[in-house]
Design a binder for this molecule. Sequence first.
Ligand SMILES: [Mg+2]
Length: 214
Amino acid sequence: MTARLACFDLDNTLIDRDGAFLAWARWWVDRSGLGADAVEWLVAHDNGGFTPRAQLFAGAREAFGVVTSVEELVAAYDREHPGFTWVEPAVLDGLASLSTAGWRVAVVTNGNVVQQSRKLEHTGIAGAVDYCCISEAAGVRKPDARIFAIAAEGAGATLADGWMVGDHPPYDIAGGINAKLSTIRIGDHHDVPTPIADHHLMSVVDAFPVILAS
Ligand SMILES: [Mg+2]
């Protein structure tokens, strides 16, 4: 029998990505000698990470007179921001409980390889799952069903009777539905509430027992 697959989004699902961005912003603003209003500006323009980083840093240069080039700022961010990410021990315990029960576990994340792989390594999530599928490397993004097929193959699992857990309805939940997975939406990070997931929970920690009971 082929193992079933549980897929998880990374940012604002397995990790508090917005919390990590705030921690990075405070550090970067302090190091750059900017005022506290720069932290507020960065958080306001970050858009949960969906504003392209080149656009974000071009705006920051304009607003605060930063002289470093956009290219250097983005490259430094990709190196430095992952160091501010963390994972709750209960999340690693939940991932381990799935593995113990015979599930294969994959991270399926839209993003660039440098940034996402550093976050996965820094938090220890990379070592706690069977496969990490990063869209830039896969050449396809959520909500395209093909990224889930790649994850299943990488994890050595079938998509049948599997799950997708994520915070972003148009990417994570739509993607899960496209791949014929059951879906769990985490939190209220996004204004667009559709498509509707099978379950809507406030913390990923509560998703593990739902999957284990299925
Ligand atoms: Mg997310």
